[in-house]
Design a protein around this ligand. Structure first.
Ligand SMILES: [Zn+2]
Length: 342
């Protein structure tokens, strides 16, 4: 796998509903390997690759990342914002951000109140997002000219590889899934299924893109390739890990939006055993992903979420294992190549 592609993907800005920079790059990367490429009205990118049978496999990966949107530019030049997608405000304090304006990107910082104007009781407390502000280093008049309500904001953090085969970046949720799906399009040879690789929009605000994307495809089978929380960190008991980094692809049995089709769940685990793909069963009563929308499309579609374990998910220090991405790709490729008996 060419991880420089993932590095580029994580550097691109694309909160929910503002995915065009990501879509443009993915389209460019996928086009040489596609028989057809189209975009639907919501912004989903649908890449088609013909297979050997008349059966259709939908593979979904969402392009959007969690982020912020400016809702007020103060006379003092400071920006107030709303969050887009599930962000814990504790992770926003003292971060650098990029404000995407019509005139180009601006650097900003999310400021904190210095110790000498806070009380002992304030310290160590979470600050709600409505009380946070972005400092773009401009006067009130300059800020009001250059920044408009509705401009979107992304976190700033470089992609880095570290430790034993790990990576950290912003937006690994879900550029990692997008990356795996792009690699699949490049590597798949003579697939059994007609492949519809769907790069969806607005997953982080309630699986919205997947609703129209799935409607537009007559899928016989589907996989959602996405990230999931890995709580294999100090202070968490092993039974609460959900997944663990470096232990392989998460094959979802159940999450808040989906109970995986019984036959598909069994077939995927069998495939992992046959192909020596490292996997872990994912059970996440509080998480959801595009599978939640896809499996309810039309008269129903057998669908499973392949989940990439991610520590510190929805922060700008997300952590994943390169090997987990390899295992996820291996399983998705194995599904695409041969007919699955459900
Ligand atoms: Zn996600």
């Amino acid at each position: 796998m060419d991880f420089s592609i993932l590095k580029t993907l994580t550097s691109l800005p694309g909160i929910s509903g503002r995915e065009s920079a990501v879509r443009q790059y993915v389209q460019q990367q996928a086009a040489p390997y596609a028989d057809d490429v189209r975009t639907d009205a919501l912004g989903n990118l649908i890449v088609y690759k013909k297979g050997a049978s008349n059966k259709n496999l939908l593979l979904a990966a969402h392009m959007d990342e969690v982020g912020l949107m400016v809702h007020y530019v103060g006379a003092d030049g400071f920006l107030r914002f709303v969050t887009v997608g599930g962000i814990d405000p504790r992770t926003l304090l003292a971060q650098r951000v990029t404000v995407h304006t019509a005139g180009g990107p601006l650097v900003g910082v999310i400021g904190t109140r210095p110790a000498h104007v806070t009380t002992e009781a304030d310290r160590g407390k979470a600050v709600p997002a409505k009380d946070l502000f972005i400092d773009v280093g401009l006067s009130g008049a300059e800020a009001q000219t250059r920044v408009q309500p509705g401009d979107f904001v992304t976190l700033r953090r470089e992609y880095e590889e570290f430790g034993s085969g790990l990576i950290t970046a912003k937006a690994l949720d879900n550029r990692a899934g997008v990356f795996v799906l792009l690699e699949l399009l490049k590597e798949v040879k003579n697939p059994f299924y007609n492949i519809y690789a769907v790069f969806t929009v607005q997953e982080e605000v309630g699986l919205r893109g997947a609703v129209t994307a799935a409607y537009g495809v007559e899928a016989d089978l589907a996989l959602a390739i996405d990230t999931t929380g890995a709580a294999d960190i100090p202070g968490t008991a092993p039974q609460d890990y959900i997944t663990a980094v470096g232990q392989g692809v998460g094959v979802t049995a159940l999450d808040a939006r989906t109970i995986t089709h019984e036959g598909l769940f069994a077939a995927l685990k069998q495939l992992c055993l046959e192909k020596q793909i490292r996997y872990q069963v994912r059970i996440a009563p509080r998480g959801g992903n595009d599978a939640g929308a896809i499996h309810l499309s039309k008269t129903g579609v057998p669908c499973c979420a392949l989940s990439i374990p991610t520590r510190y998910i929805h922060s700008n220090t997300e952590v994943q294992s390169k090997d987990d991405l390899q295992q996820t790709l291996a399983l998705a490729l194995a599904v695409a190549q041969t007919e699955l008996a459900l």
